[in-house]
Design a protein around this ligand. Sequence first.
Ligand code: PRT
Ligand code: ZN
Length: 294
Amino acid sequence: MTQRLRIAIQKKGRLADDSFAALKKCGLSFTIRGDGLLARVKNMPIDLLLVRDDDIPSFVANAVSDLGIVGENVLQEDILSAGGKMALSIERRLGFSKCRLCLASAEGGSINTPQDLQGTKIATTYPGILNNYLRENAITADCVEMKGAVELAPRIGIAPSICDLVSSGATLEANGLKAFETILESEAVLIKSAEVLSPEKQDIYDRLVSRLDGVIRSKDSKYIMLNAPRSQIENITKILPGSDAPTIIPLAGDDDLVAVQAVCTENVFWETLEALKASGARSILVLPIEKMMS
Ligand code: PRT
Ligand code: ZN
């Protein structure tokens, strides 16, 4: 029987949709049904284990699943509560589900810097990361562990400050709180069990990761096409963000103008187009790139 690579992903929540989308962009075809714990990928020997995000690191460390997609915040917390080590490795940073684990306190209150935390209480769902931070910064404070709704802690008198995830900042603002320190910048990561994969699974893994690299790289990449005076090629190449040597094509019936085409691996902003135009570029087109393989 063919061996199937198993990837643990969040079933429902803030990580789930982006994880599904990333895998679909890698060409995996699957359907997620109601209560299923396992989704079978139809066109590759891969199964998706659909679980709560908190279970993903331990499933991977125990080789219940070969791979997992999880937020670094959950991963770091689990590693710290496991004594600093788990039998897994981070293979790729995936660039989605970005958020910050922050210290926050009442707007206009007396706690405005990490030093102000000395001798106070801090409410959090991340006691491992928080205690580690406090230790490293020689701050003595009491960590009050909560399972959720941490943003309510100051208002109901549990603790004057909190340590919680922030993305847009709207939740803090709605609760009269302000962030004054970031203790972890988090994004989704691909993790892999330390257990050695069978050659068959290794093969599937290599194919998947090479596709994933293409997806990650093409995310901010654009294909730029423009016409420019031949004398300006050097200037224009310098302006194109993160591009290798562009392709230069002569234009029929015109000795001065050339067509320039390049893959830009960094974001192309309006400012870039304005700078290109100021250097004599015309008919500038910016196209999305769907897939990349080097
Ligand atoms: O059910 P399960 O256990 O799987 O999910 P969960 O409820 O534990 O987690 P979920 O789905 O809420 O989040 C999954 C992961 O998404 C987190 O572990 C983070 O890695 C990532 N993520 C990204 C976030 C946020 N952004 C985020 N904003 N997780 C939580 N939040 C919460 C935060 O706790 C706070 O309550 O959103 C609120 C703040 O958001 P803003 O936009 O108002 O600042
Ligand atoms: Zn969770």
